[in-house]
Design a protein around this ligand. Sequence first.
Ligand code: NAP
Length: 289
Amino acid sequence: MIVITAPTGDIGTQVTEQILTSGKPFRVIARDPSRLPTQIKECGDIVEGSHRDRETLERAFDGATRLFWLVPSDPAATDAEAAYVGFSEAAAQLLPSSGITHVVSISALGRGWPDDAGHASASIRMDDMLKATGVNYAALACASLMSNVLRQADSIRETGTFCYPANADLKLRHVAPEDVAQVSVRLLLDGSWSGVHEVPMIGPEELTFIRMARILSGVVGHAVNYVEISMAEMKEAMLQSGASEGMALAMIEMLKAKNAGLDQTAVRTAEDIANSPTNFRTWAEKRFA
Ligand SMILES: NC(=O)c1ccc[n+]([C@@H]2O[C@H](COP(=O)([O-])OP(=O)(O)OC[C@H]3O[C@@H](n4cnc5c(N)ncnc54)[C@H](OP(=O)(O)O)[C@@H]3O)[C@@H](O)[C@H]2O)c1
């Protein structure tokens, strides 16, 4: 039995669909099962609740052997420690006495970065807590998800702009959620691996935001321009949209670290390229259609 968290999210939906196709028994944890596709409701076990909660996890872990772990973003959390490590504490307490042998988790690049990189560092501390439970553990260490630009889909459509607090010439790595889901599923279905692994998910290219804007222009059929904003403007926008001071600060710490090369610390191997082959144009053509 494979337990899947966040099955209504971007990555989680794709993981769930692929596990369904594999024919392996699965169980999803969903706060609102009515949001699940009919086929998932018909073919899988459903545990209603949040995977933050001990009681929900006790029901979900019963008889299960593998776990897909994705912590949702929680802009209202006190800080990144609460959002990632705090959110995962009940799982860490229950895993040792559960039958779960393999955990595949969604995490971030940045292990070994000398400063606190906000969300990224908190994700890595979450990994450290979960892997200390003794399970076989694979953390998919993601660069920025390509889907981040979807948060600005309205602005791209209506004003032809998207903004970010990064120098227009800076090349950054982006990975398609589709690739993250595919590697997650491969690891969930293959019980032959053991130990603790970090799998860099870094995408096939390094792109400036100007280049991404040009690609988006071609995809959406009108001019799209990149607008550089300051870190202070980014933080203010987060606060305005309901983020706590701690979470806004954690985002700024991570973005500063990314601008300083956080995602570039992972060396791109042939295996990494094979794991995340989807380029930004291919992803955008599919998602902006
Ligand atoms: N964005 C990046 O650049 C980046 C980079 C590296 C790593 N990551 C990681 O990638 C993950 C984001 O993946 P995604 O884009 O697939 O997420 P997503 O689409 O935002 O989905 C989030 C999921 O979490 C569920 N959820 C929300 N609040 C919840 C709660 N309190 N308890 C339980 N479930 C809750 C949502 O479902 P319902 O609302 O239906 O309950 C939804 O299924 C995060 O772990 C993030 O740290 C992101």
